[in-house]
Design a protein around this ligand. Structure first.
Ligand code: NAD
Length: 502
């Protein structure tokens, strides 16, 4: 759904509260977070900043809701109805959610519209999926019977990043509450607004108090506190690989269930038999969508040597035509970078590449956008003359920067694609279906896009191999990751069982 954005922003306020135990509350110590519009650098709002005391309140509320509340006991169709209602309220406030997301992130209108649409569809998807989520009956010998039940895992801490604030909140909340869990969501401090609004919408739709709690705050304080808390059963984390490793280690103390959606350095392979124009357009989207601040950004572009010159000429020409402007304008292709610190990280990577002898084919520095001089912008950047020893090829940049390289055959393409510690996204461009499938099967990544730049649809598993994490989101399998399987073995024979013969 792509509805025209209106000017009214009734979800836009000067101040946002925490959501704990069904109420909008202040933080215990009165501290706040200021959020800024990355496109302009201007203040958007102040937000109550959760302390560890607030996190404790949220855990106790979630625990109480799970242990003694009614949500998990509701018939499945009733939970399903509530999820559909959440989606309906979100849809009715589509324009406002889009506008708030743009103000909080500086992303382009098209990107925000797509992500808000998908967040809505996630709730609709899980409203349907939960109805078919069930245990099984297993064959047992003799007069025994076994069936399994899927029970909600309990209280879940859900820690999310700043690049897709509402969508990530939806990916986390929808499957967890669908199966009957209670959640404590910790949004990134840079972008807490739409997650807070989603928490409010959950309450409006009839989710009982304590089932959905939203506590924006510091990762090292509040996030860490939730990860270590003995009353939390599961941590679902989306963010960078180093923090993911830290979370996994700390969660092991209490043997929490953990799912990790982490970083990437995804390869994009263009074969000599590809539709070159389609591959150019898809590859542009693959890296520059969301200003390159995407976990699945296809940031390593490999092109067959026979078409390399033609492809790169077209790719660079189009890169230079990308419009960086008012994020609310329909014609804007790329929005802002999340903040000054991230801008400097991106620029540091580019400078290191130049020092190591790389060649900049487009961009290569912070962008000056007329009327938006106070914001954080980076030119869409294409870097050639690189090799696999360079930092810019090995590490996730999380910005609009792509490295381009040649390959000579299928075998080399696969070797280069897999020469990374990450394994999230990947893409293959070829008109030969057999080749595309053969290559797709050999790429070590959770997602392979074939002749297509899109990967995230409700129902399609999303997640990583290797150091891009584990667990899959956005799909039926996710429901299993928010449940425990209980195996019930019963005996229906008429003779008493006396195995010890006493
Ligand atoms: P980040 O790891 O810095 O932070 C993510 C979240 O973790 C934030 O809410 C942060 O406050 C919290 N956090 C930080 N330190 C913590 C700690 N010690 N304990 C608990 N929580 C802590 O990531 P970011 O910069 O916000 O987001 C960018 C990263 O997210 C990139 O690496 C990107 O690839 C990744 N990402 C992955 C996916 C995916 O599906 N695989 C999707 C989006 C983003």
């Amino acid at each position: 759904m792509t509805t025209q954005v209106t000017e009214a922003v009734s979800l836009k306020r000067d101040y946002y509260h925490l959501i704990i135990n069904g109420e909008k509350v202040e933080s215990s110590n009165g501290k706040t977070i200021k959020t800024y519009n990355p496109a302009t650098g201007e203040l958007v709002a102040e937000v109550a900043k959760a302390s560890q005391e607030d996190a404790e309140r949220a855990v106790l509320a979630a625990r109480e809701a799970f242990d003694h509340g009614k949500w998990r006991k509701y018939p499945i169709n009733r939970r399903s109805q509530v999820l559909n209602k959440i989606a309906a309220i979100m849809r009715s406030r589509f324009n406002e959610l889009v506008e708030l997301e743009i103000l909080d992130t500086g992303k382009s209108l098209a990107a925000a519209q797509g992500q808000v649409s998908q967040a809505i569809e996630d709730f609709e998807f899980y409203a349907g999926a939960i109805v078919g989520h069930r245990g099984v009956v297993n064959n047992m010998p003799g007069q025994f019977h076994n069936f399994t039940e899927k029970e909600p895992v309990g209280v879940c801490a859900q820690i999310i990043p700043w690049n897709y604030p509402l969508m990530m909140a939806a990916w986390k909340i929808a499957p967890a509450i669908a199966v009957g869990c209670s959640v404590i969501v910790k949004p990134a401090s840079l972008t807490p607004l739409t997650a807070i609004i989603l928490g409010e919408i959950c309450l409006e739709a009839g989710v009982p108090a304590g089932v959905v709690n939203i506590v924006p705050g510091s990762g090292s304080e509040v996030g860490n506190y939730l990860v270590e808390h003995p009353k939390v059963n599961k941590v679902a984390f989306t963010g960078s690989t180093p923090i993911g490793k830290d979370i996994m280690a700390k969660a092991s103390e209490t043997l929490k269930r953990v799912t990790l959606e982490l970083g990437g350095k995804s390869p994009n392979l263009v074969f000599e038999d590809a539709d070159i124009d389609a591959a150019v357009d898809g590859s542009l989207f693959g890296i520059f969508y969301n200003s390159g601040q995407s976990c699945e950004a296809r940031s390593r572009l490999y092109v067959h040597e026979d078409i390399y010159d033609e492809f790169i000429t077209k790719f660079v020409e189009k890169t230079k035509k990308l419009v960086l402007a008012n994020p609310f304008d329909k014609g804007t292709h790329m929005g802002a970078i999340i903040d000054q610190a991230q801008l400097e990280v991106i620029d540091g990577f580019v400078k290191s590449a130049i020092e190591e002898g790389a060649e900049i084919l487009a961009g290569g520095k912070p962008a000056v956008v007329e009327g938006y001089e106070g914001g954080f912008w980076y030119e869409p950047t294409v870097i050639a003359n690189v090799n696999h020893d360079m930092t810019v090829v090995k590490e996730e940049i999380f910005g609009p920067v792509v490295v381009v390289m040649k390959f000579k055959d299928e075998k080399e393409a696969i070797k280069l694609a897999n020469d990374t510690e990450f394994g999230l996204g990947s893409a293959v461009w070829s008109k030969d279906g057999a080749r595309a499938t053969r290559v797709a099967k050999q790429i070590e990544a959770g997602i392979v896009m074939v002749n297509c730049p899109f990967s995230a649809f409700p129902g399609t598993p999303f997640g990583g191999y290797k150091q891009s994490g584990f667990g899959r989101e956005l799909c039926i399998e996710t429901l299993d990751l928010y449940t425990e399987t209980k195996s019930i073995v019963s005996y229906f024979g008429s003779r008493p069982i006396n195995p010890l013969g006493v």
